[in-house]
Design a protein around this ligand. Structure first.
Ligand SMILES: [Fe+2]
Ligand SMILES: [Fe+2]
Length: 218
């Protein structure tokens, strides 16, 4: 193994470690092995959905900035996060082009939609729930990048190593703001939302997406 390959492997291991540590702290269920197998089998569809997830992560951050303009520390952090998510989109799109993955419209799965149904409609609970839902989505992303990483070759392996550590950092950012938002309530509410997230991320379904459960017939 060359020195560069050793460095890349070490970087990947560090990213995996960070992601796994984070996932252990916040996620209530590990991703089923059947999802990993299906994701590797349906690589192109997963990459398309992944590209959409990066765009969605940026737009969610922007939406929070519009909803809570009075929270300047949050807005400034989310402005940085949105830029980073759009950079991730560009990285994924370029890898897809390199791999010859066709760009097409792909309907989203039910994961984010169903998770948002659990968000309370009134303040002050709504802000806490929105922050925690974003934290859970980021944590699941980090966990799954880490799980896919050992099975991937270049150029995806390097990209997913970087993304695993970035998304782990993002979930820590969201949980940090949730803690500030509701110091006494956030942990209890996190447990409730994490339980729902675990159901959605592990239940077999008819379509495979980056945050879905495995395919029903796999
Ligand atoms: Fe991202
Ligand atoms: Fe992220």
């Amino acid at each position: 193994m060359t020195r560069a390959a050793h460095a890349a492997a070490a970087q990947g291991a560090a990213a995996q470690g960070a992601a796994a540590q984070g996932a252990a702290g916040i996620l209530r269920a590990v991703t089923p092995r059947a999802w990993v197998a299906a994701a590797l089998e349906h690589r192109d569809a997963l990459l398309l959905d992944h590209a959409n997830c990066e765009k969605k992560a940026a737009s969610t951050a922007l939406a929070l900035m519009f909803t809570y303009p009075e929270d300047l520390p949050l807005s400034l952090a989310l402005a940085q996060l949105a830029r980073e998510e759009l950079r991730h989109y560009g990285q994924v799109a370029r890898v897809m082009r390199t791999l010859g993955v066709p760009f097409a419209r792909l309907p989203p799965g039910r994961y984010a939609l169903e998770l948002r149904r659990a968000v309370r409609s009134r303040e002050p609970g709504r802000k806490l729930d929105l922050l925690l839902v974003s934290a859970l989505i980021e944590a699941r992303s980090a966990e799954r990048f880490g799980l896919l990483l050992p099975h991937l070759g270049a150029p995806l392996a390097r990209l997913y190593a970087n993304l695993a550590s970035a998304e782990a950092r993002h979930f820590e950012l969201y949980t940090g703001f949730a803690r500030t938002c509701a110091p006494r309530e956030w942990q209890g509410r996190l447990q409730e939302l994490a339980a729902r997230e675990a159901q959605l991320a592990t239940a077999p379904g008819r379509v495979l997406r980056f945050h879905s459960g495995p395919l029903a017939n796999s």
